[in-house]
Design a protein around this ligand. Structure first.
Ligand SMILES: Cc1cc2nc3c(=O)[nH]c(=O)nc-3n(C[C@H](O)[C@H](O)[C@H](O)COP(=O)(O)OP(=O)(O)OC[C@H]3O[C@@H](n4cnc5c(N)ncnc54)[C@H](O)[C@@H]3O)c2cc1C
Length: 293
């Protein structure tokens, strides 16, 4: 497969998927080119926490130590009663489906609090417009008890809104080209499954498929199709899509069944938290990045 005399593999896109792939293949001794139009990744507050299964994948890939240098364990969440901003992280769910909001997450970053709000709205929706114009009023309308938790606060930056579409690319393979990560299938950020999906792709590709493919003189589409059909990859991709649909339904379904589903989900979450506390059970802690990346 080394028709190009300079590189064994060319990775296009230096996001999480591309950078991790290049790092892992480079450590295997392959000659890798990593191509991206941007010399430096723009700051983006996404995937700010790493779930335990994602930490396992990073360990398997040998990337965990690198990530840990920039990360800290989240020890306490949902501790909002000590006073304004006396918490590092807080996630709030709205009482109703009226505003089609899934949840709002607040995170301490140096000097201020960052807020991610996930909702199923068109950019032209009146509430989304109100949020851009009068964020405090709009937030108080959607979360009437939030001002009490936050105390007096100021909005110090412009509200950025971003529309995320769910898609699955047509994976009919081309010779020599493999798609992974969000390029192959996008992720609903509410689900927190993006890293699981990306890192599963990277792990399978780098540890299982590329070493086999390199034994052949070319990389044909049928061989690439084996990667797309890998049961572990398919399960992970499916889980991410299913989670996206579930979260959307939870935030938008106004039927009595939807109401029941919301109550059941939140009751389970509360019960799990309370049981864990009562039993003194230490749950595997997610880690959070302490710098924007
Ligand atoms: C707001 C938000 C919050 C999220 N929160 C979480 C979370 O909490 N947990 C979680 O697991 N996941 C989360 N996700 C999802 C997760 O961030 C993504 O799944 C993951 O970052 C995708 O990585 P990627 O490398 O596939 O794509 P990207 O990170 O988008 O990288 C793509 C790269 O390709 C480059 N590129 C684009 N076009 C070209 C081109 N023509 N040629 C060369 N390079 C090109 C871009 O410059 C970029 O560097 C979140 C996503 C968002 C948007």
């Amino acid at each position: 497969m080394t028709q190009n005399p300079l590189f064994d593999v060319v990775v296009v896109g230096a996001g999480l998927a591309g950078a991790a792939t290049a790092a892992v293949l480079g450590r295997q001794g392959l000659r890798v080119a990593l191509v991206d139009p941007r010399p430096v990744s723009a700051p983006a507050f996404k995937a700010e926490k790493i779930e335990p299964d994602q930490a396992d994948l990073l360990r398997e890939l040998g990337l965990m130590e690198e990530v840990r240098r920039r990360a800290a364990a989240i020890s306490v969440i949902h501790e909002a009663y000590r006073g304004p901003f006396a918490f590092d992280a807080l996630t709030c769910y709205p009482d109703t489906t009226r505003d089609r909001i899934d949840y709002v997450s607040l995170f301490a970053i140096p000097g201020r609090m960052w807020v991610n709000l996930l909702a199923y709205l068109e950019a032209t929706d009146p509430w989304a417009r109100a949020l851009r114009k009068e964020p405090r009023l709009a937030m108080a309308h959607a979360f009437p008890w939030l001002p009490r938790l936050l105390g007096d606060y100021r909005v110090t930056s412009k509200i950025e809104n971003r529309v995320i579409d769910l898609y699955v690319a047509d994976a009919q393979s081309h010779d020599g080209v493999v798609m992974i990560g969000d390029a192959m299938q996008s992720v609903c950020p509410s689900t927190g499954t993006g890293l699981s999906k990306v890192l599963t792709d990277v792990l399978l590709l780098c540890e299982k498929y590329v070493p086999t493919w390199l034994r052949f003189p070319d990389l044909s589409a049928p061989r690439i199709a084996q990667f797309y059909r890998d049961p572990r990859k398919q399960a992970c991709d499916w889980n991410s899509l299913e989670a996206a649909q579930y979260r959307r339904q939870l935030a938008t379904d106004r039927s009595p069944l939807g109401w029941l589903r919301r109550r059941k989900t939140y009751a389970e979450m509360t019960l799990r938290g309370r049981c864990a506390r009562l039993l003194g059970y230490v749950m595997a802690v997610p880690i959070a990045l302490d710098k924007t990346m």
